[in-house]
Design a protein around this ligand. Structure first.
Ligand SMILES: Nc1ncnc2c1ncn2[C@@H]1O[C@H](COP(=O)(O)OP(=O)(O)O)[C@@H](O)[C@H]1O
Ligand SMILES: [Mg+2]
Length: 198
């Protein structure tokens, strides 16, 4: 991993404002005779509201870094804090819950489930999280409207365009926390959406 670029300018030092913090993160593949140092000691801060682009040549470790930040892959060493919580310390069996409630991830190749409709793909994580059908329907209608895919919710991935698949992947990437904290996060999320989609 050679370079990261922070496009949002100044950083605040207050830990509380850091949505993401990486400390000396390393991810090595292979064993003693044949080690690939995909990520080799990355440290960075990202504050709330910042947008960051990671750039580098093919094979330089971008996907590996993002997979570690998204808790899809484990680090070899170092620490990754998401809203102050060290995700490298979360037990394997709790990781899926953490990802679903806190992280949104849009895959380069969509990763939609072919046997589910666009609407079902978007709502699946929310169903797993235990949200009520009424809440799920409202959220799906809301985000589908914002992304311009309301008309294709009943179609299957093979029946829609690449751009529509990507919008479905964006809609599905919404974290889906439950309970009281939902109210605050929904408000924050709607503010973020306004900035991104309008
Ligand atoms: N699962 C893996 N096992 C072994 N090596 C891997 C694995 N995934 C990626 N690599 C290697 O790690 C390096 C970084 O890969 P990757 O993170 O996919 O780069 P990028 O996304 O920047 O193209 C490459 O040399 C790649 O071959
Ligand atoms: Mg990649």
């Amino acid at each position: 991993m050679e370079q990261t670029q922070n496009q949002a300018g100044t950083k605040q030092e207050s830990f509380n404002h850091q949505t993401l913090r990486l400390e000396h993160v390393k991810k090595y593949y292979g064993n003693h005779g044949n080690i690939t140092k995909a990520v080799d000691g990355i440290s960075l801060h990202v504050d709330q509201g910042e947008f960051v682009a990671v750039m580098g040549a093919s094979g330089s470790g971008k996907t590996t870094l993002l997979n570690c930040i998204a808790a899809i892959d484990s680090v070899t060493s170092g620490h990754i804090f998401v809203s102050g919580q060290d995700i490298t310390a979360i037990r394997e069996r709790n990781l899926a819950d953490f990802r679903r409630e806190n992280l949104g991830f849009i895959f380069q190749d969509f990763n939609l489930l072919d046997t589910l409709t666009i609407g079902e793909n978007i709502s699946m994580a929310q169903i797993i999280s235990g949200a009520s059908p009424k809440v799920i329907d409202r959220r799906v209608a809301d985000i589908a409207g914002k992304l311009g895919i309301s008309g294709i919710l009943g179609k299957f991935p093979y029946e829609v365009s690449g751009g529509q698949k990507q919008r479905c992947a964006c809609a599905r990437a919404h974290p889906c926390p439950e309970g009281r904290k939902d109210l605050h996060r929904d408000t924050q999320r709607q503010e973020d959406e306004k900035r991104i989609f309008h």
